[in-house]
Design a protein around this ligand. Structure first.
Ligand code: OAD
Length: 260
């Protein structure tokens, strides 16, 4: 367990002096909320399932009903999940620093539900949908009489062209949402503090943001229980879970700690 005394020397001072902090997050930050990661251990989604079947346009076309059902189940389980101390910790930084931008690869809405105001979704969202044929946006507001979100099966059709509705996530081989990626690059170029939290940095172009930050004269803090390629380039690496590390940092800041 991380304690205040275990935080690296100088970390808190660098954080407290920051003008604009970027929090770049991946699946690891949502793990404590019960959302599985992709490549982390036996329950990692892509260690159990073939991403070519579940995360490509061809997979969707060839196995549409099963893929739709799988994304609906994910949408439901995330709706039932709650933000954890990692998400809540990031949201709390907005009260401490002049500017905070969250850039996430996650398709859940847990940062928003934790209270983060400015969240850029690089890989889309399980809660936005569009037509697979004409890209017309589709609003899914399927609730039970008790107000719970329920799975939308059978799969809906586009009201404009009749095409199949698909989840608004970015699949392998597809481009990132241009405006979101441009905003993310601008935030990385403007920030003076960059956190990389809970990501293996295995997926591009998103991972490039961390390497862009590391090339700039900014403080780069990595939070991850496992080693990544960023270890050699980060200013500080906390080999710890997000839901432990972020509250420990906030605690040290609130105590005005002298020994960090
Ligand atoms: P990965 O599954 O590749 O990596 C998750 C990382 O989180 C690993 O490095 C773990 O060590 C770390 N981790 C696990 N538990 C943690 C915790 N409690 N606190 C902090 N870190 C923890 O997930 P991503 O890097 O997010 O694409 O994967 C990138 C993209 O690949 C995803 O956005 C997804 C996937 O295909 C789409 O959904 C489009």
């Amino acid at each position: 367990m991380i304690t205040e005394r275990k935080l690296p020397a100088g970390l808190i001072t660098r954080i407290c002096n920051a003008r604009h902090a970027v929090f770049f997050t991946g699946a690891g930050i949502s793990k404590a909320s019960g959302v599985p990661t992709f490549r982390d251990g036996a329950d990692g989604t892509w260690n159990r399932l073939n991403w070519r079947l579940y995360a490509t346009l061809d997979g969707f076309k060839n196995n549409r009903e099963e893929v739709w059902k799988w994304y609906e189940l994910r949408r439901l389980s995330i709706h039932a999940a709650s933000p954890n101390d990692g998400h809540l910790g990031i949201a709390n930084f907005e009260k401490l620093l002049p500017k905070v931008t969250v850039i996430t690869q996650n398709v859940d809405d847990l940062h928003e539900r934790a209270g983060s105001q400015s969240v850029i979704h690089l890989h889309g969202s399980l809660f936005s949908h569009r037509c697979a044929a004409c890209a017309h946006p589709h609003t899914m507001n399927v609730t039970s009489p008790e107000g719970q979100i329920v799975a939308s099966t059978p799969q809906p059709r586009c009201t404009r062209c009749g095409g199949w509705i698909r989840p608004g996530v970015v699949w392998f081989g597809e481009g990132l949402p241009e405006a979101d990626f441009a905003n993310a690059v601008a935030a990385v170029n403007d920030c003076d503090l960059f956190f990389s939290i809970g990501t293996s940095l295995d997926v591009y172009p998103a991972a490039n943001l961390a390497f862009m930050a590391a090339k700039r004269p900014v403080c780069v803090v990595q939070v991850n229980p496992q080693k990544t390629v960023l270890n050699d380039q980060a200013t500080f690496t906390l080999k710890e879970k997000a839901e432990k590390a972020l509250p420990a940092i906030l605690q040290a800041i609130s105590e005005g700690s002298q020994h960090v």
